[in-house]
Write a new protein. Structure first.
Length: 252
């Protein structure tokens, strides 16, 4: 098991002087997951509390935090904008609950119909239902359109979801196709994994995949899997290369 390491230099809280505080640490079937907090407490007498930033660490790898969320929101917005005009109440499957920004964005948009979030870590679901991350997701979880599926995303997709195709798949379970959290996740970006994503989409449906950096190899893999209109949208970050959302459409 890899030790928990400081936040990766590319993410916005890297370099902060305050050491993170561990709020919860659990060992699950996929390894260790940790919820950490920075800020949220006064630095000394008479000082104001710094805003709390929550971080999720998996097997020592920084996944995401609550410092920004623009690219996680873009994941949802870009998928909706890419759908064919006139599609009413499209359904969306969100792969990975994370810190909840993508779910909250989807639930805040009345044009979405069914919203299914697939999350394999029970701890992450608990942090949203009964923990600090409820500040991000409470309203979205209470939305009648929202469903939480506690299962592995890759197995769920390969099994055909719940046998109902989706208009959009918005996937954010890794730091990108080239930097997976666990080795098993590589199969999601393989020809077989992308074919399963393709099969789970309605005609004209959209696949959106979040990444901490662009991947021309993944763009090519999407084209080879039969997707059309492959492109990326970028979000500038404080340090390093931009976050990106890879976008691709299934043929009508």
């Amino acid at each position: 098991m890899a030790p928990v390491t400081p936040a990766h230099p590319m993410h916005p809280t890297a370099g902060l002087q305050e050491a993170p505080r561990t709020l919860d640490r659990r060992e699950g079937p996929y390894g260790e997951v940790v919820l950490r907090q920075r800020g949220g407490s006064p630095e000394g007498p008479g000082t104001l509390a710094a805003p709390a930033v929550y971080e999720i660490i998996a097997n020592g790898c920084f996944l995401m935090d609550t410092s920004d969320g623009r690219s996680e929101r873009l994941l949802i917005d870009a998928a909706l904008a890419e759908l064919p005009a006139g599609r009413e109440r499209p359904s969306v499957l969100i792969g990975g609950l994370g810190v909840g920004f993508s779910l909250a964005r989807a639930a805040a948009e009345p044009r979405w119909g069914r919203i299914v979030v697939v999350e394999r870590e029970a701890a992450v679901i608990d942090w949203h239902r009964d923990g600090p991350l409820s500040a991000v997701s409470a309203a979205a979880l209470a939305d009648p359109r929202t469903e939480i599926a506690h299962t592995d995303l890759i197995a769920h997709i390969r099994a055909g979801g719940d046998q109902h195709p989706f208009d959009a798949l918005c996937l954010d379970i890794d730091n990108g196709p080239d930097w997976t959290v666990t080795e098993d996740n590589n199969s999601l970006y393989s020809p077989a994994g992308l074919a399963a994503c393709h099969d789970l989409l309605t005609p004209g449906g959209v696949l959106a995949v979040w990444s901490a950096q662009p991947s021309s190899a993944f763009d090519e893999a999407l084209r080879n899997a039969g997707f059309h209109g492959v492109r990326t949208e970028e979000i500038t970050v404080v340090r390093g290369v931009p976050d990106v959302v890879h976008l691709a459409r299934k043929g009508a």
